[in-house]
Design a protein around this ligand. Structure first.
Ligand code: NAP
Ligand code: BGC
Ligand code: ZN
Length: 353
């Protein structure tokens, strides 16, 4: 079967032939339909994030997949079920409490493998196998966009953690600010339809398709070159929720100033090392005296995937049509990893239902 990989020492994806996997006990065989691409995949290809599987010279890419069960192999699944696989898997040896409790997303990264990212092959191949408990079913009519369940689940988890940090009092958020007009930021903006007012930060000139989408969602576009994050509260208004999806490390600090009293900042970006100055005293005082919270959030579990299936069903079709800007055959996979001003979200298509 065809698989899209990155080889050690290379920063370009390649198509190779690999044997079709056989499902082991408790695993199902899935025929891959589509696999999405995000900023993490580009970081993995560039070598700034993730790891190759131990002892192997390549990593099969892809962690945002949708497929159809080809062989349920005695599990509770049925042939023809449309499913999305979760990303984390237990390292060999077992005995990892996070996995035993069904909380793999809360494991420290050194105690977890991530398919397509860290130490385990991903889903960008014609077939993959997975333990059935990590395959989350969705309605068949969502098969074409089912690769969005994984990134939506990442936001479901982050929004859950953010709300949990505000659960001790009557938190009634009205305003949300999303930092980042990449695929994660825009998808999250589309999920925040219960907020009265939403803002989304980018650094692009008009005309730009992401700015169009931001405005079509009813949100206000904020250009960080004109209005830096620590000035947004004064220029626009403070936000009850700030969701960071830029990977721009200053935002972890500057966004605290963008929060309203009792607000919460969720950090999702995965920046590289960068040293800069901050006024730690002001930051500390602001957090304490305004009861602000900062939560980091990574990955997602089965419950978040289930919530994501419902959330995907609620996202308007016009948004999804404009959001997915390219679907490519495996032979043209290099185009799926290009990130230019016309690209929002891309996927590689292996098959159709
Ligand atoms: P992406 O496509 O690279 O999007 C990042 C966006 O942020 C880009 O559109 C970029 O604008 C914008 N941006 C960066 N710095 C900015 C600044 N200073 N001012 C304004 N806009 C800025 O990546 P993604 O796939 O959406 O993911 C976003 C981040 O989340 C990445 O760091 C990724 O690694 C991380 N991530 C984390 C998780 C998790 O579980 N925690 C899951 C998925 C992704 P331009 O395009 O104009 O440069
Ligand atoms: C993936 C997560 C993963 C994270 C860190 C994200 O792009 O969607 O599942 O945990 O990267 O590797
Ligand atoms: Zn991702």
């Amino acid at each position: 079967m065809k698989a899209i990989v990155v080889r050690r020492g290379s920063e370009t994806p390649a198509v190779i032939e690999k044997p079709r996997p056989d499902p082991g006990p408790g695993e199902a065989l899935v025929r891959t339909l589509r696999v999405g691409v995000d900023g993490t995949d580009r970081e993995v290809i560039a070598g700034s994030h993730g790891e190759f599987p131990e002892g192997e010279d390549h990593l099969v890419l892809g962690h945002e997949a949708v497929g159809v069960v080809e062989d349920p192999n005695g599990t509770d699944l049925e042939r023809g079920d449309v499913v999305a696989p979760t990303v984390r898997r237990e390292p060999s040896g077992g005995g990892n409490g996070y996995f035993e409790r069904g909380e793999p997303d809360m494991a420290p990264p050194e105690d977890a493998l991530e398919r397509g990212i860290a130490g385990a092959h991903g889903f960008m191949a014609e077939y993959f196998t997975s333990p059935a408990e990590y395959l989350v079913a969705m309605p068949r009519e969502f098969a074409a966009v089912g690769f969005l369940v994984e990134p939506i689940s990442v936001s479901e988890k982050a929004l859950e953690l953010a709300a949990a940090s505000r659960s001790s009092f009557q938190w009634e958020p009205e305003t949300a600010l999303v930092l980042g007009n990449g695929s994660l930021g825009l998808l999250t903006l589309a999920m925040l339809d219960e907020y009265d007012r939403t803002y989304c930060l980018g650094r692009r000139d008009r005309p730009d398709p992401t700015i169009d989408l931001i405005e079509e969602l009813g949100a206000t576009y904020v250009d960080s070159r004109e209005t830096p994050v620590d000035e947004i509260a004064a220029v626009h208004e403070p936000a009850d929720l700030v969701y960071e999806a830029t990977g721009y490390a200053r935002h972890a600090f500057d966004a605290v100033e963008a929060l309203a009293p009792n607000g919460v900042l969720a950090l999702l970006g995965v920046p590289e090392s960068w040293q800069f100055e901050v006024d730690g005293g002001d930051l500390h005082r602001d957090l304490v005296l305004h009861n602000k919270a900062v939560v980091g959030s990574v990955n997602s579990g089965v419950g978040h995937f289930e919530a994501a299936v419902d959330a995907l069903c609620d996202i308007p079709g016009w948004f999804l049509d404009a959001f997915v800007t390219g679907v490519f055959a495996p032979e043209n996979c290099e185009e799926a990893f290009v990130d230019d001003e016309t690209t929002i979200k891309t996927a590689v298509q292996f098959d159709t239902l």
